[in-house]
Design a protein around this ligand. Structure first.
Ligand code: NAG
Ligand code: NAG
Ligand code: NAG
Ligand code: NAG
Ligand code: NAG
Ligand code: NAG
Ligand code: NAG
Ligand code: NAG
Ligand code: NAG
Ligand code: NAG
Ligand code: NAG
Length: 592
């Protein structure tokens, strides 16, 4: 079988010479892919802004479109800074179910009634997993607020409510004045035990069916492990330290109720002057930067995995403190979003929740008109949404019940280039084969079109000719040595825009979305390619563009013919299967 492998490489080299390829991308053996869940891309909604999102059909429509593509609705976490400023009352003086004081933009407190949970119980598409962040900060009377919130949330949301978080970004609690200097793993552990103990002992929890009892997403830390100047306070919080402490027999933490661990990541920030001066679109659309930002969570993901749980990026976006128009709302941020989710998944970060606020400059979509910085903005959709739609196409199982996994390609790993191999494990047999490839040209190319978007600040439109890229937009050809059969059809889903700086004009395989309704606009126009001799597949990609390549019918060549990965062929396939394992084009089981 090693001969077949050499044959691939020789054929690749020959094909490359023949058609003058710019770049060969090797798909090596021995990659270790990690799970790519269909709902890997989720949203986190700031509690004070939830009402705005519920007030129009836009979010429901967009999320339903994703659910249709992947078969699983995106998970929603309702949490953020204002979770620890939330107070629950039987009724409010206004007669409503929620009230931000003084207002949502500058909320100091967020008051809710138990009914508030009913207002969102039926909004999201069927099958949406909901996570709610309880108020851990306010510790009066042994967290009576959190205990009441938990009960009200469960009563309204039922088994749609899959997890609670206890507090948001608890590694900022000392600086916020919510805990004293002793705050750290030991104190958190005691408080986690106490509050979860009260919740799990409560009547409603005990009465609930075992499968509909919410679990807990622990941690919820904000400080990036390897960036000291972005760490808020001195403490010992890390997922590594936490899992080690909780694994000790005397920790007293019931690990059965802990489902996941969460960290947060914002690569750039408007929060302070030092970081303000470092904000740059071309650093966001840069795979090397992304790797530096995300790989610091690799050890945290491994720590979670070593205890049989997994890590999620429970709240994230491009630029913290509400985003930065001109960076967060451009096509560069969309390429970053795709690259980020796939890099994260390949490192073991199982879900990433992109934060939403109805007036935030990083939100992928906003439901209502509002005034910001002397402008009136319209509801609408920003390029980040297209990243989600493209990721959905990537994470959609190719056959019912198939489970995907993803690995980064070493040959597509520079500032300007990022690539991934996506494998599919058959539902019945776990036979695993390469199903898809993703290639992102992240290099900056500033165009002259799509510069504005009525849902973003016009002051940040990149319309200064000094920034426009000169001459024609470059295009490169990439040749992969795939295990796919010569002659097999490959569908190409292309993520395009007029340039890195574009705020509009984005499309995925020719499809765009109506800014007001979220409806899909245009017929999907998939390109199609044919696998060449020796499995070589060539595709051309323009600068600042992404492609998803998907083999039709999941055909893998075992050297002796076509091996349909799904569709039973009994022993005949078992023989070929062993061959493919030796060839290294497949990995069996255990990936998920
Ligand atoms: C989802 O798919 C169903 C069935 O094909 C269709 O009726 C529905 O309109 C789709 N919804 C969206 C939001 O695309
Ligand atoms: C929110 O309240 C603050 C403080 O009262 C005020 O300055 C600001 O204008 C208000 N913002 C909006 C959008 O109403
Ligand atoms: C309870 O909260 C107060 C302030 O919000 C804080 O000073 C105190 O340390 C907290 N107590 C515990 C046991 O965490
Ligand atoms: C929580 O702590 C309080 C004292 O602060 C104690 O009375 C109570 O029993 C504890 N509850 C649990 C479930 O640990
Ligand atoms: C983990 O705990 C150790 C020992 O308490 C501490 O020195 C270290 O700083 C902690 N790590 C982080 C990232 O806080
Ligand atoms: C992300 O990477 C950039 C460039 O290296 C760096 O300036 C920034 O501090 C990083 N952010 C985080 C949160 O790691
Ligand atoms: C991309 O980011 C890396 C690390 O932050 C930096 O060294 C490199 O110069 C950047 N590349 C470009 C083209 O800006
Ligand atoms: C908004 O307009 C006021 C009054 O003209 C001005 O002082 C302020 O700087 C403007 N703000 C922004 C963000 O442009
Ligand atoms: C990509 O490059 C970084 C160094 O910039 C390296 O640490 C990482 O392992 C590489 N990834 C792959 C998949 O080769
Ligand atoms: C497939 O893998 C899953 C998860 O590892 C496992 O539960 C299942 O038993 C495997 N099925 C077969 C047929 O090996
Ligand atoms: C593209 O425009 C951005 C600002 O939107 C600027 O930071 C960057 O330097 C420009 N890049 C090129 C290659 O022109």
């Amino acid at each position: 079988m090693a001969n077949s492998r050499s044959f691939f490489l020789a054929a690749l080299a020959a094909a490359s010479r023949a058609i003058a390829q710019d770049t060969d991308i090797d798909i090596p053996t021995g990659l270790t892919p990690r799970p790519l869940d269909p709902d890997v891309y989720g949203y986190s909604i700031e509690p004070v802004w939830l009402d705005s999102y519920l007030s129009t059909p836009l979010a429901n429509n967009l999320l339903s479109i994703i659910a249709n593509v992947t078969g699983k609705a995106p998970p929603i976490r309702v949490g953020g800074n204002t979770a620890d400023q939330t107070y629950i009352y039987d009724t409010l003086s206004t007669g409503g179910d929620s009230l931000s004081v003084p207002n949502a933009t500058q909320a100091k407190t967020f008051n809710i009634t138990p009914n508030w949970f009913d207002t969102w119980a039926d909004y999201f598409p069927t099958g949406t997993d909901l996570i709610y962040t309880l108020n851990l900060a306010v510790n009066d009377s042994d967290w009576t607020i959190a205990v009441q919130e938990a009960q009200a949330a469960h009563e309204a949301l039922g088994d749609k409510l899959v997890m609670f978080e206890l507090g948001n970004e608890i590694d900022h609690f000392i600086n916020k004045g919510w805990r004293d200097a002793t705050w750290g793993i030991a104190e958190y552990t005691e408080q986690f035990r106490n509050l979860t103990g009260q919740i799990t002992a409560s009547e409603w929890y005990q009465a609930a069916d075992e499968t509909s009892r919410p679990k807990f997403q622990a941690g919820v830390f904000a400080d990036p492990p390897w960036v000291p100047d972005q760490q808020d306070e001195i403490d010992d919080f890390s997922i590594d330290n936490l899992t080690k402490a909780w694994e000790k027999p005397d920790s007293g933490v019931d690990l059965d109720i802990v489902e996941t661990y969460a960290t947060h990541l914002y690569p750039q920030s408007t929060c302070d002057t030092a970081r303000w001066l470092r904000m740059r679109l071309d650093l966001l659309s840069n795979h090397t930067t992304l790797w530096l930002n995300v790989s610091q969570f690799g050890p945290q993901a491994e720590a979670a995995e070593s205890t049989g749980k997994f890590l999620v990026m429970g709240e994230t976006n491009s630029v913290s403190c509400s985003g930065r128009s001109g960076i967060s709302d451009t096509f560069g941020a969309a390429l970053w979003g795709v690259d980020y989710v796939l890099t994260g998944a390949a490192l073991g970060i199982r879900k990433l929740y992109f934060h939403l606020g109805a007036t935030s400059e990083y939100s992928s979509f906003t439901p209502l008109p509002y005034d910001l910085k002397n402008e009136t903005l319209q509801p609408g959709i920003r390029p980040g949404w297209y990243a989600h739609y493209f990721v959905a196409k990537t994470a959609a199982p190719p056959s019912p019940g198939a489970r995907l996994s993803v690995a980064a390609l070493p040959a597509a790993n520079s500032s300007a280039l990022s690539g991934y191999a996506v494998y599919s494990a058959d539902a019945a047999t776990n036979a695993t084969a390469l199903a898809k490839l993703v290639l992102l040209d992240m290099a900056v190319w500033n165009g002259t079109q799509g510069l504005s978007n009525p849902s973003t600040l016009s002051a940040t439109d990149n319309d200064d000719p000094a920034f426009f890229s000169a001459a024609a937009r470059p295009s490169s050809t990439f040749a992969f040595n795939t295990p796919w059969c010569p002659g097999a059809d490959v569908q190409v889903t292309r993520l395009t825009a007029p340039g890195t700086n574009a705020k509009s004009g984005v499309a995925v395989a020719g499809v765009s979305f109506d800014d007001a309704t979220g409806d899909r606009v245009g017929e999907e126009a998939l390109e199609s390619l044919t696998v060449g001799e020796g499995g070589v597949l060539s595709v051309s990609v323009r600068r600042a563009e992404g492609v998803l390549l998907e083999v039709v019918g999941q055909e893998v060549c075992g050297g002796t013919g076509t091996v349909p990965v799904s569709g039973a062929k009994g022993m005949e396939r078992a023989g070929l299967w062993a061959g493919m394992v030796a060839l290294g084009v497949v990995a069996v089981g255990g990936l998920m």
